[in-house]
Write a protein that binds this ligand. Structure first.
Ligand SMILES: Cc1cc2nc3c(=O)[nH]c(=O)nc-3n(C[C@H](O)[C@H](O)[C@H](O)COP(=O)(O)OP(=O)(O)OC[C@H]3O[C@@H](n4cnc5c(N)ncnc54)[C@H](O)[C@@H]3O)c2cc1C
Length: 376
């Protein structure tokens, strides 16, 4: 592995989707993907709600809105084509107070602006017809929200990339990047612990929670560029199957006003488990434990709209960490997907802050990166 045409850093769902896309669009070129863990998707891509979002929350014309709406369509097509386990469950965003009802109205308007055309406002009796066990005076129904088995999705993307001759190297951590004759010399640790390097014409940074650090390896001042990430944890609690079977849709409250999370919701996972979560709080150190002490907060957030649940039904389950550009107290930030030619880094693309809806958007993100390469 001395030279490559494209070097992608990080084998989460986004890096894998980019590897699959680029190796299809540039079949004569060598595509290499380096990942520090022994297998794909060990970070955010396997620690999330596995929801295929519809795209109604995000500001109009933002990358999040555009890529989510396009990604939703691409994801269903892809899952059907490659027999990936998924379900068009539909989702209800529920409201019980006047303030929450007005939030639902704003979501409807935002959804329409974003091109989500199938949203519907339901009254109490329409909600009862769909979900007799929940308590809500109004709800937005999103029929095109669903779930996908993220492991099967990543496995298929990995297989497509490999079939198209991508070199995928696990246990290879990128440690240093140096410019060399208009290319990039990328130093990485290999499984035997030795430091090796590869020269690449293109560099694509899809390293998730570490993508700000990877950008700084390229020589970018991440404070000045606004690339510094603020890890924000989300925990989940599972509920027993006997209670889980009483609900068939995904049930969400109105989102947090700063959109740091979508509110503690109920998700039916593709493996048939049902979980509540995620909450959203900023952390200083990577830690995937779930605090049993948070059960009471979870219960208080959901008891008004899921009245059949009791505190004792909640069991600590898993946690994920969002790579947020938004600092505590700030409002939502968009994805950063930037060809860094203005910074003198020709043929280097950074993807920073790829939090939700990054899973939904992985195929549209990959397509956008492919288009940026062609434009260059
Ligand atoms: C709690 C939570 C819930 C979510 N729910 C949803 C949802 O329901 N729907 C949705 O659409 N999105 C959701 N998301 C967002 C989604 O999970 C992410 O947007 C997506 O997984 C990001 O994928 P990625 O490939 O960019 O990052 P990651 O999956 O984090 O992958 C980055 C990879 O880069 C590797 N890496 C880092 N540094 C290096 C290095 N120096 N060298 C080599 N490898 C490196 C890492 O090991 C990692 O494997 C959620 C996220 C969280 C945390």
């Amino acid at each position: 592995m001395d030279q490559t045409d494209f070097l992608i850093i990080g084998a989460g769902v986004v890096g894998l989707a980019i590897a699959s896309e680029i190796s299809e669009r540039f079949p004569k070129d060598i595509v290499t993907l380096l990942e520090k863990h022994p297998k794909f998707g060990q970070e955010a891509s396997s620690r999330n709600s596995e929801v295929i979002h519809a795209g109604m929350y995000y500001p109009e014309n933002s990358l999040k809105a555009k890529l989510c709406v396009e990604g939703n369509r691409l994801m269903y097509e892809f899952c059907k084509k490659w027999s990936i386990s998924h379900e068009r469950t539909g989702k209800l965003i529920v409201a019980n107070t006047e303030k929450e009802v007005s939030t639902l109205e704003s979501i409807l308007i935002q959804g329409e602006k974003n091109g989500v055309e199938d949203l519907k406002l339901l009254n109490r009796s329409e909600i009862a017809a769909l979900e007799p066990e929940i308590c809500a005076k109004a709800a937005v129904l999103s029929p095109s929200t669903g779930t996908v088995n993220s492991h099967s999705l990543m496995k298929r993307l990995e297989q497509l990339a490999l079939n198209r001759k991508t070199i995928i190297a696990y246990k290879h951590e990128v440690l240093k990047i140096e410019p060399e004759n208009e290319k990039y010399r990328v130093f990485y640790s290999s499984p035997d612990g030795s430091l090796q390097s590869v020269l690449s014409s293109w560099l694509i940074n899809s390293s998730g929670l570490s993508s700000d650090k990877t950008a700084s390896l390229m020589g970018i001042d991440i404070d000045e560029a606004g690339y510094l990430l603020h890890p924000c944890k989300g925990e989940y609690f599972s509920i027993p199957p006997s209670k889980a079977k009483r609900i068939s849709h995904l049930i969400y409250p109105p989102p947090f006003t700063d959109l740091r999370g979508l509110g503690i919701h109920l998700t039916r996972f593709p493996d048939k488990s049902v979980k509540l979560g995620p909450n959203a709080f900023y952390i200083d150190e990577e830690d995937y434990s779930v605090s049993p002490g948070h059960a009471a907060d979870f219960f208080n957030s959901i008891k008004d709209y899921l009245p059949f649940l009791e505190l004792k039904d909640l069991t600590p389950d898993m946690a994920g960490i969002r790579p947020k550009l938004q600092k505590p107290g700030e409002s939502i930030h968009d994805f950063i997907i930037c060809h860094e030619k203005e910074r003198g880094l020709k043929r280097a693309i950074n993807l920073i802050g790829i939090e939700s809806p990054g899973l939904t958007s992985c195929l549209s993100l990959a397509r956008l990166v492919g288009n940026m390469i062609i434009e260059a």
